[in-house]
Design a protein around this ligand. Structure first.
Ligand SMILES: [Zn+2]
Length: 149
């Protein structure tokens, strides 16, 4: 793969698509492979402290996409959408101000262990989801199966 391919643009600002999380590198095949099955069970953790934040299984698409990018102060913030993120806690009030996802109010979410900001919870009348910043997340440390509950 050449580097050109990995450069994306958001409103004219170039950025490299996040691919440090294993599940982002896997193209889903029609018939689930063993590797995909194993990946789905994994936690996605806080990059700062390693606390489990969400799971690959919680991955959803919003308006047809899982991965989103938005400009913020000349930087590109890359988000993934997740149905639930049990390792997050909401701080401050729910804002009905300008939202990256129109029709959704939002609330800042931090890691419940180290209080690093991980993203936002988006809330509409019908549903809610978490938009978590890829750069603040890491794969779970690989464990042997015996360590799993
Ligand atoms: Zn943390």
């Amino acid at each position: 793969m050449n580097d050109e391919k990995q450069t994306s643009f958001c409103r004219g600002i170039p950025y490299k698509k996040a691919n440090h999380l294993a599940y982002l590198r896997i193209e889903q095949s029609l018939f689930e492979t063993e590797e995909e099955k194993e990946l789905k069970q994994r936690n996605i953790c806080c990059a700062t402290c390693g606390h489990p934040v969400t799971r690959v299984l919680e991955k959803i698409t919003i308006r047809g996409m899982h991965e989103w990018a938005f400009p913020l102060y000349n930087e590109i913030i890359q988000l993934g959408c997740y149905r639930d993120a049990k390792g997050c806690v909401g701080v401050q009030q729910v804002s009905h101000g300008y939202s990256w996802f129109r029709g959704y109010a939002w609330q800042i979410q931090v890691c419940e262990n180290c209080y690093t900001q991980l993203g936002w919870k988006y809330i509409s009348e019908d549903e809610s989801f978490y938009g978590l910043i890829f750069n603040t997340l890491q794969d779970e440390e690989s464990k042997t199966t015996e360590d799993r509950e």
